[in-house]
Design a protein around this ligand. Structure first.
Ligand SMILES: [Zn+2]
Ligand SMILES: [Zn+2]
Length: 383
């Protein structure tokens, strides 16, 4: 059990589908064993937040959303009791800058032993009991394991990765979910290799992470598909060699042309929009992978002809959070960022204070930003 008294923090509380968030004072419990309290410097708005807010996915209310964050360690819980050999947060100290992700691992279950962080089935205290309560003592759910649209969070140590001091926290926040998911889909789920032909359908934050990862591993061509002219233009700046409008153009013909007729080795669908799946399997070369990255609504289904999968050795792969291992993938991406190969600053379109979070949600809903980032404690000092 936590031994401290906890803290009073300001947070954006969502109290029902379609309701604007309200800024409230909440009680945040002190970190328990294996937990850490973090001051949130930056928390980006991810499409998953919106899917809960608009009722696409069911969730419990009230809750605080926000799960793509960076900040600074304020307090460590009691001595770790978990079994996290080499875990990402093994040597944390108060004051350390960190990335916070939604992926929480016990280190002890079958999935963890196999390195499958995203499939952890461990029984952790935070899974059962939110650290947040409102002024009347009523529990407030910790949306997506973080509740980052708040001045502070309490998360499990496995969710936290130490950042080098010279990394901009606004940029680093994107490593908490979107970029991690897109790049992991390329490198982990699909196993894209140099020279592979890659198609990325949907060029928001996750898709842009996928494009950059495809460029880093040397894929060629890299074809971006998005109905938004702005997104297509930005895709070309983040690694795409071709950009296709799925509304005005024949995507199949465009992929045939871009690949010299051999079609795609990997098609990554990063949006949950049902139309994005239409015909996606037909873009694949024999042995190709269709990778489902974006989370569609709970009622969306797709039809495939099994004989086509068998006859051409095509595969459909699900990619939860890019099948990432936090301890390996986040540091690798930080390295790419510091080497100048992964542009994160360029993906931050706008920033907002906590009081203006409704505006951030509106921008993300309209889809006119790659990423909008909420700064719950105001503008951070330059690093
Ligand atoms: Zn997310
Ligand atoms: Zn586990």
């Amino acid at each position: 059990m936590p031994t401290g008294r906890g803290a009073t923090i300001r947070a954006a509380v969502s109290r029902g589908v379609g309701l604007p968030p309200s800024i409230e004072d909440l009680h945040l419990a002190a970190p328990g064993p294996d937990e850490v309290r973090v001051e949130v410097t930056a928390c980006a708005v991810c499409h998953s937040d919106l899917s809960y807010l608009d009722g696409t996915w069911a969730t419990e209310f009230p809750l605080v959303l926000g799960h793509e964050a960076a900040g600074r360690v304020l307090e460590l819980g009691d001595e770790p009791t978990g079994d996290h050999p080499g875990g990402p947060a093994g040597n944390l100290a108060v004051g350390d800058p960190v990335v916070v992700t939604l992926v929480r691992t016990c280190g002890n279950c079958r999935a963890c032993h196999r390195g499958h962080d995203v499939a952890c089935t461990g029984d952790l205290a935070l899974n059962d009991c939110s650290p947040l309560a409102d002024a009347d003592g009523n529990p407030i759910a910790q949306g997506l394991n973080v509740a980052g649209f708040a001045e502070q969070v309490v998360v499990h140590r496995s969710q936290v990765v130490r950042l080098p001091d010279d990394v901009d926290p606004l940029a680093a926040s994107l490593l908490g979910c979107g970029v991690l998911t897109g790049s992991g889909a390329v490198t982990n789920t699909a196993g894209v290799a140099a020279g592979d032909a890659v198609v990325v359908v949907g060029c928001g934050g996750v898709g842009t992470g996928a494009l950059q990862a495809a460029r880093i591993v040397g894929a060629d061509p890299i074809v971006a598909v998005d109905p938004s002219p702005d997104k297509r233009a930005s895709a070309l700046g983040f690694g795409a060699t071709h950009a296709v409008d799925p509304v005005a153009e024949d995507v199949g013909a465009a992929i045939t042309s871009a690949t010299g007729g051999r079609l795609a080795d990997h098609v990554l669908v990063t949006t949950g929009a049902p139309a994005a799946l239409d015909g996606a399997i037909d873009l694949l070369a024999p042995m190709g992978n269709l990778v489902i990255v974006g989370m569609a609504g709970d009622d969306v289904t797709m039809e495939v002809a099994p004989s086509w999968l068998a006859a051409a050795n095509k595969s459909i792969l699900g990619s939860k959070m890019g099948t990432i291992r936090v301890a390996d993938d986040v540091p690798a991406l930080i390295g790419h960022h510091r080497d100048g190969r992964l542009d994160l600053q360029g993906m931050v379109s706008t920033t907002h204070g906590l009081d203006d979070i409704a505006e951030a949600f509106d921008e993300a809903w309209r889809g006119d930003v790659l990423r909008t980032v909420v700064l719950p404690n105001g503008e951070p000092a330059p690093c």
